[in-house]
Write a protein that binds this ligand. Structure first.
Ligand code: OOG
Ligand code: NI
Length: 417
């Protein structure tokens, strides 16, 4: 039998192969990431693996997908449970600047042993079609109708996922089928795109068009993990790949790596076929899929996170100075101020790696890859898309990331903050 973690590893690897075929710049990114990691490991043999073994880091990816309805989100939850990935965290990107009309969660393993085996995670966003600040009643009705008519996930795929989740794995032939079908649903479809409909949605939001303008879904980026993101940024730029203008997340400094630093390159124009109103099919292109890379640091407690958010919200020109002055300069400081999570096996303190995402960075990543920002009209959101609504839609618990880190710390003999 192929156990769940084996299914997850194969799924991540299969998506990586497919994405590399479809988006050649991704292959370059993975190559350069591998070189940076090898050099970093050679230069820092004692510390490079403190936040995860090199085997884990080399295989580590996160993907991002976007769906249109609560029913689709429910199917996503069924599918990912078959790979041992569960919803963690609630991100409301409508509150970002500029706003994106989605709410999101991340599907990922939640047990430390499972994370160590393969931490594959997928940032999953759901379109908020009932939010009147973005969609008027007429557009919502047509959009919901379009979304209700499509099926993203075949029944056979969902039943294989249920079986894997129930039995803790699948026999070899079913495992192969499961991974193949699951990878297939996230490939870019060759179906012609209805030009008028796509353009209408694009007027509201490019993300709305990407989600509701087509009859399928796709992975829109797949992100490798790098040990030195500043080095990676420089090497990619030297190869002539234009990265976005900054690294999202905490600034570069010589103190402890915390949370998550990410950067990306712009979506590439890819050939697509379009269906025009007169019934003719023509060639064109769309920019939807991009490249991203990330470096992970220590998970912060709510107190640490509050300080992070405060410093990040401050004057950007002062960010580095403020950070140097106010952020804990060492793991000892972080621990003393109760600002980060650690394990304490056999009296040895080790940092717990941050396994989640950052809403401000996510908004920056969304934005860096769009030609136009979305404008929300004034007014009430109309419908409460909150964590409980999401949990009800997918009929499972949306885990609180802090709770998971705290539990891990406590189980190792720490007190938990
Ligand atoms: C998701 C953007 C967020 C990240 O790493 O913060 C994200 C999307 O583009 O759908 O992936
Ligand atoms: Ni991402």
């Amino acid at each position: 039998m192929a156990e769940i973690h084996e299914l997850r590893s194969r799924f991540a690897a299969a998506l990586s192969r497919t994405y590399g075929r479809e988006v050649p710049a991704y292959t370059t990114l993975v190559e350069v990431t591998g070189q940076v990691n090898a050099d970093f490991l050679a230069a820092h043999p004692d510390s490079a693996e403190r936040l995860g073994s090199i085997a884990r880091v080399t295989a580590e990816r996160h993907g991002a997908i976007r769906v249109g309805t609560a029913a689709e989100m429910h199917d996503v939850a069924v599918l990912f449970a078959g790979f041992g990935m569960y919803p963690v965290g609630f991100y409301d990107l409508r509150e970002a600047t500029p706003p994106v009309p989605v709410v999101s969660t991340a599907f990922r393993p939640i047990d430390p042993e499972e994370l160590a085996r393969n931490p594959f995670r997928v940032f999953t966003s759901m379109l908020t079609t009932a939010d009147r600040r973005f969609f008027d009643a007429d557009l919502q009705r047509r959009l919901d109708g379009f979304l209700d008519r499509r099926r993203l996930f075949p029944d056979v795929l969902l039943s294989l996922a249920r079986r894997a989740a129930d039995d803790g794995g699948l026999d070899e032939s079913q495992a192969q089928r499961f991974v193949k079908l699951a990878t297939g649903v996230f490939e870019l479809s060759g179906e012609p795109v209805d030009r008028g409909w796509y353009r209408e949605l694009e007027q509201v939001s490019a993300v709305a068009a990407d989600i509701g303008g087509v009859t399928s879904t796709h992975i829109n980026h797949l992100t490798p993990r790098v040990l030195d993101i500043d080095d990676l940024y420089a090497r990619m730029s030297a190869r002539g790949i234009a990265m976005i203008d900054r690294i999202q997340g905490p600034p570069r400094w010589d103190g402890p790596a915390v949370l998550l630093r990410q950067t990306s390159f712009r979506a590439l124009a890819e050939p697509r076929r379009f269906l025009d109103s007169d019934g003719s099919i023509t060639d064109g292109e769309l920019r939807v899929r991009f490249g991203e890379v990330e470096a992970r640091g220590i998970a912060l407690t709510p107190a640490g996170r509050t300080l992070y958010d405060e410093l990040l919200g401050a004057d950007p020109f002062n960010e580095n100075r403020l950070w140097d002055k106010r952020f804990p300069r060492s793991e000892d400081d972080l621990e003393q101020r109760g600002m980060a999570y650690f394990t304490y096996h056999d009296g040895v303190r080790a940092p717990i790696v941050y396994e989640d995402f950052l809403p401000k960075s996510a908004a920056g990543i969304f934005r860096s890859n769009l030609d136009t920002d979305t404008r929300a009209t004034a007014g009430e959101s109309g419908v409460g898309y909150d964590r409980d609504v999401l949990a009800a839609a997918i009929d499972r618990e949306v885990h609180d990331p802090y709770e998971l880190y705290r539990r891990q710390q406590q189980r190792s003999g720490g007190t938990g903050s």
